[in-house]
Design a protein around this ligand. Structure first.
Ligand code: AMP
Ligand code: GLY
Length: 446
């Protein structure tokens, strides 16, 4: 295989972890991030671009052989289409296929059309119709803004009055602006959640190990929803039978459906699955599709891959490939800033003591280079050294600042290792959950 010059779009822990994984592959000759974060400078170079056409120009200038798109927003805005039209290879779906995440109404109608099990729903902008449907549901009631809301567009109302009040605020644009003016109202599904990822070339799909996210801010799944406070993989809560059912009835059905509808899905499809116990049997339902890797799921999935990530990103025929996993578990714990997810926090320097690398590693997310800090070892291209990072060269500036990723031969060991790494990390105001992966561990004990 020719050597690769890769550009990763995005600036979070997900993009750092993709970069970290690719930087260990001898076939990767150069790595760029746009815009990247303060720590992606450890792995490659950060660049910026103005619009999709500017991006094409830069890719040609830098001789980029593969663009990997991290977040959903550039995908819904057609970045993959423009790159492909200009002969630049890209890992990420077209704007049409990205509607699976860009519009919840599109996703629900698609799921119904292709017989993918999902919660009963209506999509509507008509208050009277919404009110009528709500009276047919048992409590609580789920309201979703149709458009992208950075993970915030879902309200779970405990009674009819609360549901109607929120529906009215969404329709008027008061709650989520334009994104909320079309609503999906759906029945509440009671069960446990899984994150499932299918790599697809438009026809075949390869599933990665099932993961579990922790969306709420506080222990015991309390507090507000966040982008995710921690994740682990593989989860023992998904046995082979359940996994096969998710693969057949949800993930592959979606890949086939998108191909049949004339918008083949190429990239990674992320199924947010709710597993409900029905008449004694565990039954998976689709909650949502995302058209990208999950964050922090990506940070824990990549260390468990035995097959090189690069092979998966470049494969044009996934049917001819087998994805192999290590026999290890990974647990990722998000360290967030003091005011997350309510407000921006003041920037604080991060200090890291030496830790045993066999425990795992850190994936950096909301960090910026501290320009006040003198970095003696700075080379001319501003490449950081880990020793600078350890000594306050990075500032915690984002909501989710970094992820401590522990790896181990058992889930318990991986979890202990992740918490051990945290003992070496300090920044003022840092907060994290103390029960990441406990659901899986309790399941094993039961
Ligand atoms: P979504 O953005 O659609 O994944 O929703 C965000 C979160 O809201 C999910 O991860 C679930 O925890 C919860 N949720 C969404 N839809 C439902 C539903 N129909 N029943 C129960 N919980 C839901
Ligand atoms: N961790 C959930 C997400 O990436 O949307």
């Amino acid at each position: 295989m020719q050597t690769q010059r890769i550009l990763i779009l995005g600036n979070g822990g997900r993009e750092y972890s993709i970069g970290l994984c690719l930087s260990q592959d001898s076939r990767v000759e150069a790595l760029y991030f746009a815009p990247g974060n303060g720590a992606t400078l450890l792995l490659g170079k950060n660049i910026t671009y103005n619009d999709n056409h500017d991006l094409v120009r830069i890719c040609k200038e830098l001789d980029i052989t593969l663009v990997v798109v991290g977040p959903e927003e550039p995908l819904t805005k057609g970045v993959s289409d423009v790159l492909r039209a200009n002969g630049i290879r890209v890992f990420g779906p077209s704007a049409k296929a990205a509607q699976l995440e860009g519009s919840k109404a599109f996703m629900k109608d698609f799921a119904m059309r292709h017989n993918i099990p999902t919660a009963r729903y209506i999509k509507s902008s008509d208050f009277a119709q919404i009110k009528e449907f709500i009276t047919t549901l048992t409590l609580p009631i789920v309201l979703k803004a149709d458009g992208l809301c950075a993970g915030k567009g879902v309200i779970i109302a405990k009674d009819v009055d609360e549901a109607l009040e929120n529906a009215s605020k969404m329709l008027s644009g008061e709650l989520f602006g334009e994104a909320g003016k079309v609503l999906v109202v759906e029945e509440y599904l009671d069960g446990f959640e899984l994150s499932v990822f299918a790599l697809s070339d438009g026809k075949s799909s390869l599933l990665l190990n099932p993961a579990q996210d922790h969306k709420r801010l506080l222990d015991n799944d309390e507090g507000p929803n966040t982008g995710g406070m921690g994740a682990y993989t593989p989860t023992p809560m998904c046995d082979e039978e359940l996994f096969r059912e998710i693969q057949t009835n949800i993930m592959q059905r979606a890949i086939d459906g998108m191909a049949d509808d004339g918008m083949p899905f190429c990239g990674v499809l992320f199924g947010g699955i709710m597993v409900v116990r029905k008449e004694g049997k565990l039954t998976p339902y689709l909650l949502e599709f995302n058209v990208r890797f999950g964050d922090p799921e990506c940070e824990v999935l990549l260390p468990s891959l035995e097959t090189p990530l690069l092979d998966l990103l470049l494969a044009s025929d996934l049917g001819a490939l087998q994805v192999r996993f290590k026999n290890t578990y990974s647990v990722g714990i998000v360290l967030a800033s003091k005011a997350y997810p309510y407000a921006k926090s003041e920037a604080k320097p991060i200090f890291i003591k030496d830790f045993d690398n066999s425990l795992g590693h850190i994936s950096f997310a909301g960090v910026e280079l501290n320009t006040q800090h003198s970095i003696d070892s700075h080379t001319s291209d501003k490449k950081l050294r880990f020793v600078d990072v350890q000594n306050g060269a990075l500032l915690a500036t984002g909501g989710r600042v970094l992820v401590s990723v522990g790896v181990g031969n058992t889930l318990l060991q991986a979890r202990e290792n992740a918490y051990k790494i945290i003992e070496s990390i300090h920044f003022e105001g840092m907060q994290y959950r103390s029960d990441i992966a406990m659901r899986g561990i309790r399941f094993l004990d039961s």
